[in-house]
Design a protein around this ligand. Structure first.
Ligand code: CP
Length: 313
């Protein structure tokens, strides 16, 4: 296979297992580049990329910017909080104004699910979804799966558990699609109020007891509670009595991991809430590959941008 099946990365749902494996193979090469004294290649010279972020980000924003600069792209950064969006400009007008300055690709984070799909139907540039509300976060899922594969090999048949706020998590949905396309078995675990009703359409196992779920898996991906999304028109909704109670029933601790008869691999996409969904002694343990995920994120995003640039009109 010579290239990706798509000119955008809107979600893992819209790409194939061949696309994912091509991204991983390309990321392997870029990981070698990143371990050299000179970490830069000229692959995207003359390509201009706009990072358009309508929502907060630490890891994804820095990771994309570094990936773009390592590929020698020209980079412009746009943050909604300091833009004319606050003066009533629409998403399409904002992006078309950026594109009028001869931008080739747009990396976008937006609070509304479907915003990147909508944009891809109205503008010519290649779009990369850097997280759209509760919908998808495809590059996070790619870097998570890439990091698992690096430690345990082929994902086919591996058992991966995702714990936490599945209802509000774009990382959960993208991970489910990605892991299943690679042949892994997926289980989700969390309070019943944070497991979406549509979960039974996704062919994943559901377990509400954390100990039983951990006993089943080879790998666990621990998600944070997304309090900022647990609202109805700005009014907070309580999905569980307190963070303290959540930590008691769904927090992953060293004691719990030591009670298992095996070592499991621990991932967390960040940002972490230490002492809530994960204890510090787990987050900082040898079982956890949280900073490896961040490191691999740059190589995986370089691969995505490089392959999509091959699809520029
Ligand atoms: N994992 C992740 O998306 O983190 P940021 O929100 O900091 O980008």
């Amino acid at each position: 296979m010579s290239g990706l099946s798509t000119k955008h990365l809107l979600g893992i749902k819209y790409i194939t297992a061949d696309d994912i494996n091509l991204i991983f193979k390309t990321a392997d090469n870029f990981k070698d580049v990143l371990n050299r004294p000179i970490k830069k290649v000229p692959s995207l010279r003359d390509v201009t990329i706009a990072n358009v972020f309508f929502e907060n980000s630490t890891r994804t924003k820095i990771s994309f910017e570094l990936a773009e600069k390592r590929l020698s792209a020209d980079v412009v950064n746009f943050s909604a909080s300091s833009s004319s969006v606050n003066k009533g400009e629409t998403l399409i007008d904002t992006v078309n104004n950026i594109l009028a300055m001869k931008v080739d690709m747009v990396v976008m984070r937006h609070p509304s699910p479907g915003a990147p799909v909508f944009l891809s139907k109205h503008i010519d540039a290649n779009i990369v979804n850097a997280g759209d509300g509760t919908h998808e976060h495809p590059t996070q899922a790619l870097l998570d799966a890439y990091s698992i594969r690096e430690r345990v090999g082929d994902l086919k048949g591996k058992k991966v558990l995702i714990i936490g706020d599945i209802l509000h998590s774009r990382v959960a949905l993208s991970n489910i699609f990605c892991l299943q396309k690679l042949g892994a078995k997926v289980m989700v675990c969390g309070p019943p109020t944070l497991i979406p009703k549509y979960i039974n359409t996704l062919d994943v196992k559901v377990e509400y007891n954390l100990k039983k779920a951990l006993e089943w898996c080879d790998v666990v991906n621990i998600l944070r509670i997304q309090l900022e999304r647990q609202t109805d028109e700005g009014i907070p909704i309580k999905y569980f009595p307190s963070l303290r109670e959540y930590a008691m029933f769904y927090g992953v601790t060293k004691e719990l991991l030591q009670s298992l008869k095996k070592d499991i691999l621990v991932l967390h996409p960040g940002p972490m809430n230490r002492g809530v969904e994960i204890s510090s002694d787990v987050a900082d343990s040898d079982q956890a590959i949280i900073l490896d995920q961040v490191e691999n994120g740059v190589a995986v995003r370089m691969a995505v941008l490089y392959l999509l640039a091959g699809k520029l009109d």
